[in-house]
Design a protein. Structure first.
Length: 318
């Protein structure tokens, strides 16, 4: 009986030593037995099955290894070169293949996903982020113009709607320093895209941040009182007037207190002089009221000359 006929029957065959063949065709399952783990060709599954810790190893120095250790799966590259994955379009999916985790398009965007939703994608000019970015710090650098843009894309924006906001938050609930402690925000005011810029701060209590300074679309500047509810110091840019205690100054300097007494206080040194000067286009010092602290005398000047004096004893001289 020939050797070929010996191998052709259905009985199991055991070999020791080296078998050299020109071609090997296995019609059925085949098992490669290792010292601790096996590799099986499963004919019914059309699969080459590696047991736990059985490795597919590539390279003369075992540079690339692919295996599963019973808990985790590994693609392990220990070579000095790159691990290269080449594709025109590369996609990474979750285990059930119903959600992207990442996509990489040749000549286009690299995109990262969360729960199947795109969150970060590269663009020709930088990156596009969908959602909120939480970071320990932010550095913006440019060799030309450094630019940070807050953009509201609402095409039907109305008065009072915010264009953009920067919040400064705290997390120390023990001192009430939690939540928004300060903010800078811009909001639409009226038609035509007019915008107001506001600065907010919060006091030491648990109350939220409130308005402290507002700059209107026309350049008016309002400073608010401690509750942030009403303006008490106002620069009227249109009429070039300053109001203290009012948001509608009627003169260049308007001081108003409708619920009590108020005035203008000038404090000088013991030997100094406090004064109010009146002038015109031709003469910027045509008249004045002055108080001399060295002599404790008050003088009144008109047409560039002293016209009346009240000395420290109350005596009046003309």
């Amino acid at each position: 009986m020939s050797r070929a006929r010996d191998l052709a029957d259905s009985a199991d065959k055991d070999f020791s030593g080296t078998v050299t063949v020109d071609n090997l065709v296995v019609d059925g399952d085949a098992t490669l037995t290792g010292a601790a783990s096996n590799v099986v060709w499963d004919n019914s599954d059309n699969a080459l099955e590696f047991a736990d810790n059985a490795k597919a190893i590539f390279g003369a120095g075992s540079d690339l290894q692919i295996y599963h250790d019973g808990s985790n799966s590994y693609i392990k590259d220990t070579a000095t070169g790159d691990l290269r994955i080449q594709a025109n379009n590369l996609t990474l999916w979750n285990a059930t293949a119903n959600q992207y985790t990442a996509t990489f398009t040749s000549g286009g965007a690299a995109t990262l996903y969360n729960a199947g939703d795109s969150k970060l994608a590269t663009t020709a000019t930088g990156v596009d982020v969908t959602g909120t970015v939480t970071a320990d710090g932010l550095t913006v650098e440019s060799a030309t113009t450094t630019l940070v843009t807050l953009s509201n894309t609402d095409t039907t924006a109305s008065a009072g709607q915010e264009v953009g906001r920067i919040n400064f938050t705290g997390a120390d609930a023990s001192t009430s320093a939690n939540g928004v402690r300060a903010a800078i925000y811009a909001e639409y005011r009226g038609v035509g895209g007019g915008t107001e810029l506001n600065l907010q701060t919060a006091n030491e209590s648990a109350t939220p941040a409130v308005d402290r300074i507002s700059i209107s679309r026309g350049g008016d500047i309002t400073f608010y009182e401690d509750t942030g509810s009403s303006g008490k110091f106002r620069w009227d840019a249109t009429n070039e007037r300053l109001g203290i205690g009012t948001t509608a100054p009627l003169s260049k300097l308007h001081i108003e207190n409708t619920s009590g007494n108020d005035g203008l206080r000038i404090i000088n040194g013991n030997a100094g002089e406090g004064f109010v000067i009146f002038g015109d286009v031709a003469d910027t010092n045509i008249g004045s009221i002055a108080y001399n602290h060295a002599s404790n005398a008050m003088t009144f000047d008109a047409n560039n000359a002293e016209r009346m004096r009240i000395d420290s004893s109350g005596n009046l001289s003309l």
